[in-house]
Design a protein around this ligand. Structure first.
Ligand SMILES: *Cc1c(COP(=O)(O)O)cnc(C)c1O
Length: 398
């Protein structure tokens, strides 16, 4: 029997606000024809604001982020196309694997987990590709397994400085809606996200933003696709239609989630994430522990991956947190399993939750034998949060 509140500090699925939960509780009664179409049209218009996309088109599919990856690839590329990718965490690794499974030929830059997208290496490879054989460049905006952010704008500059025509595809599953993302300014052609991270929803929707150039590419692309076909969806999207049954409760939930994001204001949402993330990082530093991110400038504002000390098993930290303190943290994935635990600080998150995450992690670390001083992490975060009122706070000031 578990009493009291359950604490969810996963980087996905994230906490679902009550307003979103209530919006998803629908009577099974069929909506009037056209109602859901109107709802979907409004969602796509507001999602465009979140992507900061003027031109281009948003498409929402029943599925998860992974399904949106597949839609992005199969709609815009051809069998045997070369694509440029970095492998520096579990999600970028899976994306490479999917590209191979779908018949692309990835040129992969392998990096230590904790590194960011290697813009210089990308620029060299693009510069040598004088015949534009590389058809797309893939960037994982936040590598959720390592808590590392990549500089999408710098990858755009690398494409421009080499006069390269490849599509720029970005996995923003764990960043879009929580961190600044600029479809137009960064010249992104395909941006992908899912419902259960920054958008504060349960899993179930894959979301794509598609530039005019990528829509154009989709007309000639020959990889097979059916359900996710952009042309079919594009035609239906004019009146908010879906390729199959629309998922009403998820659409109503997304409406409530976007209402919250837009009411807070996008820039305020990003500033809140930056402030909370810095509090978490200061806590980790006060424990004397290291982040997986190799450099401070690579730290994502949505998730922190924390190395436990030698001799401590991170799986034990997770087990104690879960079984004894009713708190769920993210596990270390792949080669980081047993070495790392993760705190998700994205979506519906505030100072109290950040302090709670640090204090329960402190408890679990202590019980697992890590020499962490009680209150050290929470104290450092409190000192940071005490520096200024949220509205007037500028992280850059330090
Ligand atoms: C969660 C995640 C995915 C996978 O998305 P699903 O919705 O689980 O299919 C892909 N990329 C990143 C960066 C993620 O964080």
């Amino acid at each position: 029997m578990r009493t009291g509140q359950t604490h969810l500090f996963n980087p996905g699925p994230t906490n679902v606000p009550d307003a979103v939960r209530q919006a998803m509780t629908l009577s099974p009664q069929a909506p009037r024809p056209g109602d859901l179409g109107q709802l979907a049209l409004g969602l796509c218009a507001d999602l465009k604001r979140v992507f900061k996309a003027g031109a281009g088109q948003v498409m929402v599919f029943p599925g998860s982020g992974t399904s949106a990856w597949e839609a992005a690839i199969t709609n815009t590329l051809n069998p045997g196309d070369k694509v440029l990718m970095a492998r520096h965490g579990q999600f970028s690794t899976l994306w490479v694997r999917m590209a191979e499974m779908l018949g692309l030929v990835p040129i992969v830059v392998d990096l230590p987990w904790g590194a960011s997208t290697p813009v210089d290496a990308f620029e060299r490879i693009l510069g040598r590709d004088v015949h534009d054989e590389i058809k797309a460049v893939f960037v994982t905006h936040t590598e959720t397994t390592t808590g590392v952010v990549s500089d999408v704008a710098a990858v755009r500059r690398a494409l421009d400085s080499t006069f390269h025509d490849a599509l720029l595809c970005v996995d923003g599953v764990s960043s879009i809606g929580s961190m600044d993302f600029r479809m137009d300014d960064w010249g992104v052609d395909l941006a992908v996200t899912g419902s259960q991270k920054g958008l504060m929803m349960p899993a179930g929707l894959g979301v794509l933003c598609i530039s005019p150039k990528a829509l154009e590419a989709s007309r000639a692309a020959t990889l097979p696709r059916a359900y996710f076909d952009f042309a079919d969806t594009h035609a239906m999207a004019a009146d908010g239609g879906f390729p199959g049954a629309p998922p009403p409760s998820l659409l109503h939930g997304l409406r409530a989630a976007l209402d919250r994001i837009l009411a807070e204001g996008l820039e305020a949402v990003f500033a809140r994430h930056a402030r909370l993330a810095e509090g978490i990082r200061r806590g980790v530093q006060a424990w004397g522990l290291d982040l997986v991110a190799e450099h401070h400038s690579y730290c994502s504002d949505t998730v922190s991956a924390i190395r436990v000390p030698d001799g401590v098993d991170a799986r034990e930290v997770l087990r104690i947190a879960y079984e004894e303190f009713n708190a769920s943290f993210g596990a270390g994935l792949g080669p980081l399993n047993g070495k790392v635990f993760r705190i998700g600080h994205l979506g519906d998150f505030n100072e109290g939750m950040a302090l709670n995450a640090l204090s329960l992690a402190e408890l679990a670390l202590m019980r697992a034998g890590a020499g962490v001083v009680p209150g050290s992490g929470t104290g450092a975060a409190q000192a940071w949060f005490a520096k200024g009122a949220p509205q007037t706070f500028a992280v850059a000031a330090e």
